[in-house]
Design a protein around this ligand. Structure first.
Ligand code: SAH
Length: 384
C-alpha cells in the first residue's frame, strides 16, 4: 500500500525521506507543494528532482477525504460531508463533516477529529451517532487541504503571491473530541502552524475540548494554541449530567488545568463555551455560580443558544433569557459573546454535525440505561 504523505508534519516527512536516502530539505519542498499549492500528485512538483518524483509516485500518494455532499447555506456557510472510509458490502461509508464559515475579514474552518464521539454529552447530536474511530492526521489536515482546494484558495505554484487567504482561522470544533485523539490532532496542528504549509498563527487555531485535563497539560507543552473549553454548567452535579467526562475530571481540576495552560498559551485568556439549555442551565443563579467558579481566571464566555435536533429533549431559551444571562456575566466584568447561529438550515451549526457514523459503541439505543436515568429536563433540574 502507498504511504499517504498528507498527514506527515515536517519532522515526520523529513524522517521518512531520510529513511529513503533523501536529503531532509526535500521535506520542505514537499510540504509547500502538498499544503501551500494543494498538489495531489508528484508529477507537478517542478522543482523536485525527476528521479525522486518518479520514486515517490511508486511508493507514496497524497490522498485527502472524498466529498460526498457539498451544501451551501444562504448566509454563505458551506458544509462538506467527507467520506473517510469507503463503504463495502452495502454498508454506508463513515463520513465526517467540515464547515466553512465566511465572515467579514476572516474565514473560519470548523474541523472534525473523530468519526462520531464517545463523550456522550447530553445535548450534542454527534454524541447520538455513537463512535467509530479516531481520524488519522491525514484525515484531519485533509479537511483544510481539501477546503482550500474547493474554495480555490491554494497558492499558484511559481507565483510569489499568496493565494487568497480564505481560511484565516481553524477551530477544532467539528465532530469528536480533539484531545481524545491527541497524537493525530497535534500532528495536524503542527502542519496548520508550519510556515511552509498553512502558516496560521497560533492565536487563530483553536482546540475546543470538553475537558480532558491531562491532555490539556500535554497540549500546553507540545503545541500551545488557543484553547476553548466546553463548560456548559457551573457546578459538578449539573456538569456530571450534561458532560459526563466531568465525573472523571471535575470542575476544580479543570479550572486548575486552564490556569496552567494560560502560563504558556498564545492568548492570555481561555474561552469558555456555554450552551444555553432552556430551564436547565440558563438561570441567573447559574450565572452567579459561574462567576464564582471562574473567579479571577482570565477568560471570555461564548454563549451558544442550544441548536435543536430531532428528539434532543432540550430547547433553546428565549432571546430575553439569553440576554439576561449574558448581561449578568458582562456586569461581572467578563467579555461575553453570544454565538451567532450560522448555517443552521443546513444543520451546520454547533452540535448539529452528525456525519455518518457506523457506531461501534452500540450505545445509541441504550445510552441512558447503563449508569444514568433518562435525561429529561426535569431530572436535570433536580441536579442543579
Ligand atoms: N468535543 C469538543 C469539540 C466539539 S465543539 C468540545 O466539546 O469542545 C462543539 C461545540 O458545540 C461544543 O462546545 C459543544 O458543547 C457545543 N454543542 C454541542 N451540541 C450543541 C447544540 N445542540 N447546540 C449548541 N451547541 C452545541
Amino acid at each position: 500500500m502507498k504511504v499517504n504523505l498528507l498527514g506527515f508534519d515536517a519532522q515526520q516527512l523529513g524522517d521518512w525521506l531520510v529513511g529513503r536516502g533523501e536529503k531532509p530539505f526535500r521535506a520542505h519542498q514537499l510540504l509547500r507543494w502538498i499544503h501551500r499549492f494543494g498538489a495531489d500528485d508528484f508529477a507537478s512538483m517542478s522543482d523536485v528532482a525527476k528521479a525522486l518524483r518518479a520514486d515517490l509516485t511508486t511508493v507514496a500518494e497524497i490522498r485527502g477525504p472524498r466529498p460526498l455532499r457539498d451544501t451551501l447555506a444562504a448566509d454563505g456557510t458551506r458544509k462538506w460531508l467527507l467520506a473517510v472510509d469507503e463503504a463495502g458490502g452495502g454498508e454506508m461509508s463513515n463520513a465526517v463533516e467540515t464547515v466553512f464559515i465566511p465572515e467579514a475579514g476572516r474565514g473560519t474552518l470548523c474541523v472534525s477529529t473523530q468519526v462520531g464521539c464517545a463523550l456522550d454529552c447530553a445535548f450534542c447530536s454527534t454524541a447520538r451517532q455513537g463512535f467509530n474511530r479516531n481520524l488519522t492526521a491525514a484525515e484531519i489536515i485533509g479537511q483544510l487541504w481539501l477546503a482550500n482546494r474547493l474554495l480555490g484558495a491554494v497558492q499558484v505554484a511559481g507565483s510569489s503571491e499568496e493565494g487568497e487567504r480564505r481560511i484565516s482561522n481553524v477551530v477544532l470544533m467539528g465532530m469528536g473530541e480533539p484531545l481524545a485523539n491527541y497524537d493525530n490532532t497535534v500532528a495536524a496542528l503542527r502542519l496548520m502552524l508550519d510556515d511552509r504549509a498553512y502558516g496560521l498563527s497560533r492565536r487563530r487555531v483553536t482546540v475546543s475540548t470538553a475537558g480532558l485535563v491531562p491532555a490539556i497539560d500535554r497540549l500546553r507543552d507540545d503545541c500551545p494554541v488557543a484553547l476553548a473549553v466546553s463548560l456548559h454548567a457551573p457546578n459538578d452535579a449539573l456538569r456530571d449530567a450534561l458532560v459526563p467526562i466531568n465525573r472523571k475530571y471535575p470542575l476544580a481540576e479543570l479550572m486548575a488545568a486552564c490556569r496552567r495552560y494560560l502560563a504558556q498559551a498564545p492568548r492570555d485568556f481561555v474561552t469558555f463555551e456555554y450552551v444555553l439549555l432552556a430551564g436547565v442551565n440558563d438561570g441567573l443563579e447559574q450565572a452567579r455560580q459561574l462567576i464564582a467558579l471562574v473567579g479571577d481566571l482570565p477568560c471570555k464566555f461564548n454563549l451558544i443558544p442550544f441548536n435543536p435536533f430531532t428528539r434532543s429533549g432540550f430547547a433553546r431559551p428565549s432571546a430575553a433569557r439569553v440576554r439576561a444571562f449574558q448581561q449578568a456575566l458582562i456586569e461581572a466584568g467578563f467579555v461575553t459573546t453570544v454565538r451567532k447561529t450560522r448555517g443552521d438550515e443546513i444543520d451546520a451549526a454547533c452540535g448539529q454535525l452528525a456525519g455518518q457514523v457506523r457506531d461501534r459503541s452500540r450505545r445509541t439505543l441504550t445510552r441512558w440505561s447503563s449508569d444514568c436515568t433518562p435525561m429529561t429536563t426535569n431530572s436535570l433540574e433536580a441536579a442543579v
